[in-house]
Design a protein around this ligand. Structure first.
Ligand SMILES: [Zn+2]
Ligand SMILES: [Zn+2]
Length: 268
């Protein structure tokens, strides 16, 4: 039961991060009616629980990442950080500053993200985060049958930042490149079931407006498949057709690090 719970929490948490915070809040790759948007917002908060990521702060941070990818102004780049832990701490400080308003964003990164003050206030509070942590612990207390099960428990508390660290560290350090972008982005896995498509960083940086992060025939982006299903059910509307899988380096090489990263945001 514990491995199943861990795998489910991991997969759903990163799926909703990719779908809601990344592709919807930061990039506006799809639109949704007010009720669907609220349902997505609340589902994300409940699934991510103790490590819920505020969509506004996430969107601003992520737009900064695209605009300054792997330069000194990138909020999380393995090129400028010694190890993943330092990168996480650096990112966490900037995220917290944007969340509280202590750090002001460039105006061009503002707007176009969903805001639900009541939910964001409740789920960004420490008592809520601790309450979710207590629920995870109670689940383990009831169902853990092997000592090693307990080693998985701390991951539930920090699931969101851990996914961010894996994507931002590995996706700009390990793997292959389909496109000659100026940043250090890589595609870490050709079938990314580990982070639901987020590890196609090279494809995504080269084609930031494409809702399908896979670019080659052998690649699979699970979150894109979920988006297709939601669109077929008429719950969301995909605003941009995915760029084809036959694109070549010369077609796309000139788009890297351009404003295209933010083209899907209505405010930019
Ligand atoms: Zn992005
Ligand atoms: Zn990146």
């Amino acid at each position: 039961m514990v491995p199943f719970f861990f795998a489910s929490h991991w997969s759903l948490s990163v799926l909703f991060q990719s779908l809601f915070q990344h592709r919807y809040a930061a990039h506006r790759m799809f639109t949704a009616g007010p009720r669907t948007e609220r349902a997505l917002h609340l589902s994300t908060a409940l699934i991510q629980g103790s490590s819920y990521l505020d969509p506004r702060a996430y969107a601003i941070l992520h737009r900064e990442h695209h605009a300054y990818a792997d330069t000194e102004r990138d909020p999380h780049s393995p090129v400028h950080q010694k190890n993943p832990l330092r990168m996480m701490l650096h990112t966490a400080r900037r995220y917290a500053g944007l969340l509280t308003g202590r750090i002001a964003s460039e105006p061009r990164f503002l707007g176009g993200y969903p805001e639900w003050p009541a939910v964001d206030r409740v789920f960004n509070q420490w008592p809520t985060r601790i309450a979710f942590g207590a629920l995870y612990t109670l689940f383990y207390k009831r169902f853990a049958t092997r000592p090693w099960h307990w080693a998985l428990l701390p991951m539930h508390f920090v699931m969101g930042p851990v996914h961010g660290a894996i994507v931002n560290w590995c996706g700009h350090r390990y793997g292959y490149r389909n496109f000659a972008s100026r940043d250090a982005s890589r595609n870490t896995l050709p079938v990314d079931v580990l982070c639901m498509g987020e590890l196609f960083q090279n494809n995504h940086h080269a084609r930031p407006a494409s809702p399908d992060f896979a670019a080659k025939r052998f690649e699979l982006d699970p979150t894109w498949q979920v988006m297709r299903l939601l669109a077929r059910l008429k719950l969301i509307r995909i605003e941009q057709a995915p760029q084809g899988r036959q694109a070549t380096r010369t077609q796309l090489g000139s788009r890297e690090n351009s404003g295209g990263a933010l083209a899907a945001s209505p405010s930019l």
